[in-house]
Write a protein that binds this ligand. Sequence first.
Ligand code: SF4
Length: 349
Amino acid sequence: MQATEAEQNNIRHNTDPAKVVLGESGLYHKSLCDYVINVATGCSHGCKFCYVPSTPNVTARQEMLAEQAAVDDGQQEWGSYLLYRDDLPERLGRKLDRKQKWKQTARGRGVVMLSSGTDCYQDRRTAQITRGCVVELIDHGFPVRILTRSPAVVRDLDVFEWAVEQSQNQVGKLIRVGSSIPCLDEGQVRAIEPGAPSPQARLRALRTLSEAGIPVYVSMSPTYPTQTRDDFDQLLGQFADLKAEVVFHEPINPRGGNFQMTIDAAREAGETTLAKELERISNDREYWVEYSLKQMEWAEELGEKHGVDVHVWPDKQVIKSVGEKKAQELLRQRDAVSPERIATPSLPS
Ligand code: SF4
């Protein structure tokens, strides 16, 4: 471990020596972005279902994690290490100055997302890196999507207001800010998103931004198998009040080495109904498909009731498990472009 490594609140902090600045992303499949910037490796929120520790950014970097933060197992120890990329804004600015081409797919629309592999406002230091990156991107005329569970995002309201001003001559806006709010039950959320702020705090942050004229959206992902139609009704009513441009919805998918950890965490926290339901969708494929279809239908139906656009992300395995007609409907929903009005990137002349 290097001398700069430090431990606070049981989280090991250090720096990530990676030189990657701006990564092309496959998240255009979800109509989210064409590029991603991850301001850190690791995430102190430690959501048990998080897919990030099973991606190559963690699995292929075990040696670096051991060296920088004494991590033995990037998945098992997810939530207990955080490696910052402090010089990202500076390197990003230089990269954007030189950039001659910009990827712009029909569904990704040239958007840069911060962040898909960590929470970009989880503490002061990630927030500082994020702020610097957003300023560089907007200054160069590239659209930005923020996704965070942290209410600290409101501290950058001045930057977001400036980004909206910079979009004045465009049909769409250069900035949008979203939060992941899948469930409002504080106990269940605490059980499987143990380090993340409460859902009410996330809602309040989005409300503040929306009232200030910043475009906001919600990632209602992943919704829990214990949630009822009434829960969805309440959630979508709240998102409509926020004037969210769109609500992305996805049921939980029982895959990866972390799913048993999710079940165990729910059980250990005393959320036995949640633990039982998670176990059932993990062991019974038909039950999982049924739950997924039911929740996506509720999201669509209740989105319509509350006048909020819902964009669902059906899982590939769910699409394969249904009849031809339903599969076509799900594919249409999956391949749609989100209704957000996004500014066109300024391509180099
Ligand atoms: S906030 Fe996002 S990146 Fe962080 S642990 Fe949760 S799901 Fe993973």
